[in-house]
Design a protein around this ligand. Structure first.
Ligand SMILES: [Mg+2]
Length: 107
């Protein structure tokens, strides 16, 4: 699935089952909630937090929740994430193509 196909799939789902998008500010709050849920899994699976009895961890599902809401916000703000992501990679490459290679802390 391409990024464009993912944006279209979310839009189709919202229009079929979601009635309408939450407003952008609400979705920004929901995105923050979902990032918190992802952080919770990371802290238990890779960090020092312990898993509560009966608690199930699914990092991939939490990442998908984060992506879902991000795609919603992109759709409702008119952002083509394919173009934005390509431009972002180009920006990082132009800006940082030597920075990390020359970072002695990474070696
Ligand atoms: Mg979640």
């Amino acid at each position: 699935m391409t990024i464009k196909e993912a944006q279209n799939a979310v839009d189709q789902w919202i229009n079929s089952y979601g009635v309408r998008y939450f407003d952008v500010k609400t979705n920004m709050i929901v995105l923050t909630e979902e990032i918190g849920e992802m952080a919770r899994v990371i802290s238990r699976q890779y960090g020092e937090q312990s898993v509560k009895p009966g608690e199930e961890l699914n990092l991939g599902d939490e990442m998908a929740d984060v992506l879902w809401v991000l795609l919603c916000i992109a759709n409702q703000t008119g952002i083509d994430l394919t173009t934005a992501f390509k431009n972002n990679i180009e920006k990082k490459t132009n800006r940082d193509n030597k920075r990390h290679l020359e970072n002695k802390k990474l070696k």
